[in-house]
Design a protein around this ligand. Structure first.
Ligand SMILES: CC(C)(COP(=O)(O)OP(=O)(O)OC[C@H]1O[C@@H](n2cnc3c(N)ncnc32)[C@H](O)[C@@H]1OP(=O)(O)O)[C@@H](O)C(=O)NCCC(=O)NCCS
Length: 192
């Protein structure tokens, strides 16, 4: 299945266009930094996203991997924002995972790995808040742009395009390449 690579120039003006919290019939929802104890819930939502994206193998990481790579390793290999479930304080309803990258031509950039809102909370502005928070962080960190990939059938492409993202695969110049784990082992002569 083809993936389309998207690129979004970070525009500080866009950030003020929408509120940073959403009031539902139940509560005000807001975005916060993930904590170590959120990793189990983040892992559960990663599974939901993998199911949504029809990934045959699903996630190959567990909550311990998430804890290690975001809270034990310095600097963290990824960062995560989450939104609490207003009906159940032990649960999360959405998350965004991002990390920093570097463009040889442009300098500091961000990579948005995942953004996800559980089905019953979609369409209430939660995804917008998560996206806005990641973009805000990128601007603070002096990143100049942000990349991410979207499956070709996913209507979330419209969500991104409405925020100014361009489909750089469709534009014909960039294709995302991937070197699988088997290739890594073969190339390095490692059996595992
Ligand atoms: C994409 C996603 C994160 C958006 O979160 P959300 O909370 O539903 O979005 P919001 O309520 O903040 O919507 C903000 C705007 O985007 C639009 N929008 C949201 N999801 C959309 C979608 N899937 N397709 C088209 N438009 C969408 C909304 O209509 C709204 O438009 P408006 O600003 O004109 O009112 C969420 O729908 C989701 O988790 N989808 C499933 C997982 C997924 O596809 N993740 C992205 C993987 S690349």
């Amino acid at each position: 299945m083809a993936m389309f690579a998207h690129s979004s120039r970070i525009d500080a003006g866009f950030l003020t266009a929408r509120p940073s919290s959403v009031r539902t019939a139940m509560a005000t929802l807001s975005v916060r930094d993930a904590r170590r104890e959120d990793c189990k819930e983040v892992r559960r939502l990663i599974q939901e996203l993998a199911d949504f994206e029809k990934m045959p193998d699903g996630p190959r990481i567990d909550e311990k991997d998430l804890e290690r790579d975001s809270f034990d390793v310095k600097p963290p290999l990824f960062y995560c924002y989450v939104v609490d479930d207003p009906n159940d304080s032990s649960k999360l309803i959405g998350y965004a995972i991002y990390f920093y990258a570097y463009g040889a031509l442009t300098g500091r950039k961000m990579y948005l790995e995942d953004i996800y809102v559980t089905e019953t909370f979609r369409g209430k502005g939660v995804g917008h808040m998560l996206f806005q928070k990641v973009v805000q962080k990128g601007v603070e960190m002096k990143c100049v742009d942000m990349d991410f990939v979207v499956l070709d059938w996913n209507p979330a492409q419209d969500f991104y395009k409405a925020r100014g993202a361009r489909d750089i695969t469709e534009e014909g110049s960039w294709h995302l390449y991937h070197l699988g784990n088997d290739c890594l082992k073969t190339l390095t002569g490692k059996s595992k």
